[in-house]
Structure formats: structure tokens, C-alpha cells
Design a protein around this ligand. Structure first.
Ligand SMILES: [Zn+2]
Ligand SMILES: [Zn+2]
Length: 307
């Protein structure tokens, strides 16, 4: 399947991907902190504690491994990348292996059916992602054990889009999502996969924006059952360590609405346009107290020396 030249190219691609995403991760944390984005535009209008920022910078190994891991997973699934950054820049992947014609039963004759397959594929990936994420929270093996460990992604309460890459190498959601990709690609549905991948990337990074520049769109999404891929407020609540667990959707919140796993405080915020008093009580403390609380939480979670 792969010759030695391919394997060398994949290994170099994985390393470059790791370095690239680590640098971007540092840059986003620095920009958000330096320009005080969380206090000015954030969902809670609260300054990011220093200890949160410093700890995030020290956790560079996680995005580095994420960069290596995502490239490696694509290669393991037989997705040949056109560049080291191919899978994350939305380039069209090509399949290393191809199925014999008798196993191809899906056909897309025109652009309309391409878009239709793309939409169905998107909510299918959203569905597998939802359950993989939910199960990943439920079982300690999935939550705490490397390389599945989802808890490292939950170190961060103050979000920016690059928190996406602060995630373990083999998060179950990556595996299940890739399986849907491989299935659609094996049917020759390249354009639908490209379409769903672009929307997925957009939604995934926007869900970690830490701000909600379009609250009207968030309210509309709440009224129509959560299928619109715009969930920065929903996902911000998923990252709070003191609310009930829920809001597992990573691409849309459709399946949270279907299976009843919305966090009540996020619903309160969407409907009233402001955080619930219980959330303000935890986050709206004097700065030194929030620093101390956050430091205690992060020290316990990361085991890093935070001085
Ligand atoms: Zn989670
Ligand atoms: Zn997240």
C-alpha cells in the first residue's frame, strides 16, 4: 500500500504538521491574551487569568502530538495527503486504495446530489462525533488515558479557535469521523467529502471562538433545534468545569437537542442574553480569587509547576 518513500514522506509530513500547529496554538493564545479579547468580546466578558494563559503555553506537547496524530490517522486510514497540511487546510484528499466497481453503490451525477450527499455526510459525522465525544466523557479510560485522553482538551476554560488542537492524538471522535470520510471516499464521493470537511472545520474552530459575534444566529439556532453549525456559546459552556456535563455536539447541537443533553445554563444564556447568576458567581470573582481558583484547578489537572 505504502512504499518506503511514501512512509518517509508521511513521517516528515507528520512532524511538520506538529510544529506548524504548535506555533499557531502559541500565537492564538498570545493574541487573545495580549489584546484581552476575553474581557472585551468574550462570552462572559471576563479577563483570562494569567495562570490559564501561562499553563496553556506550557502545554505545547499536546498540540504538537495532535499535529502528528491527525496526519498519522489519515495515513492509517489510507488517506493520501496532497501536502503535509492537506487534511487540515481542506485540500482534497485522495484514497490510496480503491474499491472494485461491484462495491460502489452510491453515485452522485451532479452538483445538486454532491451537495445533498455532503449535507447528509455532515450530520452523519456530527452524529458519530456526538456519541464518540459523549462516550469519551462517560468512561475514565476514554477520558483519562493517553492517547485517547479527552481531559487535556478540558484544561481550557477560556477558549480560542486553536484550543481545537489541544486534544489527544486519537480522540474517539477523530476515529469515528474518519471512518465516515473513508466510507464516502471509497464510494468516489470526493466533492461531498470536501464540502462537509470545509463546513466541519469552520464549525469546529468557530465553536472554540470564546466569543459570540452573532448572538442572533445562536438564538435562531436554539429555536430551530440546533442544526445550524454555529455553536460558539454552546461549546463554551461545554468547557466550563463547574456546570452539569452536556453540549457534546462539536459541529452542530442537533444531537444535543434530539437526545436532551443541553446544559441548562447555556439555554438560560441564549434565552436571556446574559449568563446565569450561578455562572457569574463562579467566574465573576475578584481577579486574584479567580487566579487562585483557576491555578488550583489547573495544577490538579496538568500536574505542571505553574510558577
Ligand atoms: Zn468534551
Ligand atoms: Zn472543545
Amino acid at each position: 500500500m505504502y512504499n518506503s518513500h511514501d512512509l518517509a514522506r508521511i513521517a516528515i509530513g507528520c512532524l511538520i504538521n506538529g510544529v506548524f500547529w504548535t506555533i499557531l496554538y502559541w500565537a492564538f493564545f498570545a493574541v487573545f491574551h495580549h489584546f484581552d479579547i476575553h474581557r472585551k468580546y468574550g462570552i462572559f466578558k471576563i479577563r483570562e487569568p494569567e495562570v490559564h494563559y501561562r499553563t496553556a503555553l506550557k502545554n505545547w506537547k499536546i498540540p504538537f502530538l495532535w499535529g502528528i496524530g491527525t496526519s498519522a490517522v489519515m495515513a492509517l486510514y489510507g488517506l493520501k495527503l496532497n501536502s503535509p497540511l492537506g487534511n487540515t487546510l481542506g485540500r482534497q484528499p485522495e484514497l490510496v486504495f480503491s474499491l472494485p466497481p461491484e462495491y460502489i453503490f452510491l453515485h452522485s451525477p451532479n452538483l445538486f446530489t454532491d451537495i445533498l450527499y455532503g449535507i447528509v455526510g455532515f450530520y452523519l459525522v456530527d452524529f458519530t462525533d456526538y456519541w464518540a465525544h459523549r462516550i469519551g466523557h462517560r468512561y475514565p479510560f476514554m477520558y483519562k488515558k493517553f492517547p485517547f485522553a479527552h481531559f487535556v482538551h478540558h484544561n481550557w476554560t477560556f477558549l480560542n479557535p486553536l484550543v481545537v488542537v489541544s486534544s489527544p492524538t486519537l480522540h474517539p471522535a477523530v476515529i469515528t469521523g474518519s471512518a465516515v470520510y473513508v466510507f464516502l471516499l471509497s464510494q468516489g464521493l470526493l466533492l461531498p467529502v470536501l464540502f462537509l470537511h470545509l463546513v466541519k472545520i469552520f464549525s469546529n474552530y468557530m465553536s472554540h471562538l470564546g466569543c459570540d459575534p452573532f448572538p442572533g444566529l445562536t438564538r435562531l439556532n436554539h429555536r430551530v433545534g440546533g442544526w445550524i453549525p454555529w455553536i460558539p456559546l454552546h461549546h463554551q459552556y461545554h468547557h466550563l468545569h463547574f456546570t452539569r456535563q452536556g453540549n457534546y455536539g462539536n459541529l452542530s447541537c442537533l444531537w444535543d437537542y434530539v437526545f436532551g443533553t443541553l446544559i441548562p445554563e447555556s439555554v438560560y444564556h441564549i434565552e436571556r442574553g446574559e449568563p446565569a447568576p450561578s455562572v457569574i458567581a463562579r467566574l465573576g470573582k475578584p481577579e486574584e480569587q479567580l487566579e487562585a481558583d483557576m491555578g488550583k484547578f489547573l495544577q490538579g489537572k496538568t500536574g505542571l509547576s505553574l510558577r
